[in-house]
Ligand binder design. Sequence first.
Ligand code: ZN
Length: 406
Amino acid sequence: MHREPRWISVFPFAVSVRASAGSPAESVTAAGYRDAPLCLEPEGQLPLLTRAVVQQLGPLLFNQGIGNRHGGIHQGQTSGSTGMPVKYLQTDLTRLFWRVLTLREHLWQGRDFNGKLAAIRSNVERGQAQGWGAATDQVFQTGPAVSLNIREDVAVQLNWLVAEAPEYLLTHPSNLRSLLRLAAAKGVVLPGLQQVRTFGEMLPATTVARCREVWGVGVADIYSSEEIGVIAFQCEEGRYHVQAENLLLEILDAAGEPLPPGQIGRVVITTLHNLAMPLVRYELGDYAAFGEACSCGRSLPVLDRIVGRRRNMIRLPDGTEHWPSFPEDRWAGIAPIRQLQAVQQTLETVALKVVASRPLTPDEIVRLQQTFADMLCFPHRIVVDQVAEIPRQANNKFEDFVSELD
Ligand SMILES: [Zn+2]
């Protein structure tokens, strides 16, 4: 069947990419791109730009010719889960898009701008501000914002939340889970809280359910990346809509073919407005699946599953792979566990790193092994390794499952 190519018609201006030997920019030129609309079909021949290439080329991907046409240029770098940062540029225009989309998310969620917003995240110190931030400050009168660094102890965070009594809490899903665990154990409620907002990690459905149980509020999740900005966020139906005015998102199989809704594949993104550092067919490293149209009526593409990175997949000795799920309610009752991470060390070995409030008994260890063998579909060696703490990654994120294979 002949497929019509999908043209990016939203490029209002020519992209000028400085070509360098062996770079993706050179490939773009070699593919015949000459200030004409880009065709992103596989037969359009534009190669994928991997994270490794972006890391390697760094500033060679910066467009020296942009001048100040999009306002100021701002350089940043991702903190990187594996220590290797991605250097990127933003412009005043891309920052404007980030703010406008953040504002859109507030409006979709129908938030009360009079409320207090509490943020527990990285790159902030304990502090307070008069307004919620750049996305709202010039548009709406808002309540105050308060902030705390995510490296603070969870007990300190919970006491701080009780004292601040915010209407909204912004944090990473893993931090929310730790807060909920402690709040449930101590019977701490936050009466004024209306909603939690999460970002930066995969949000498990069990955390959403737990938040509803413990604090009686819902969770709105934002899918974003430091170098891209806002990618997708949820409507009132709880489904993720790709912010297609700002980027083009493809989901591809291993051979680079586009996948239909329901099938998980590689997330590939083309930013549409960042002319300081154009990312064309950038393979972000995440895996996700498109969904069918949303009943909310919005026509922006829908993502139904965002499952994480390849290193979050478990591989079985028969060669098959899947993203494992081990809901907390299946194992939390076995022992007084405060934190847990599963690490695949070899094809036949998964280590369960466990932080618990006392040494585990032999019986508890066996029950954990049996339960995880069942949940991970992994009938091989499961080692329980009791540790004092499981540190966050360099970028302050936390992954429940990490593979050390490859
Ligand atoms: Zn929707």
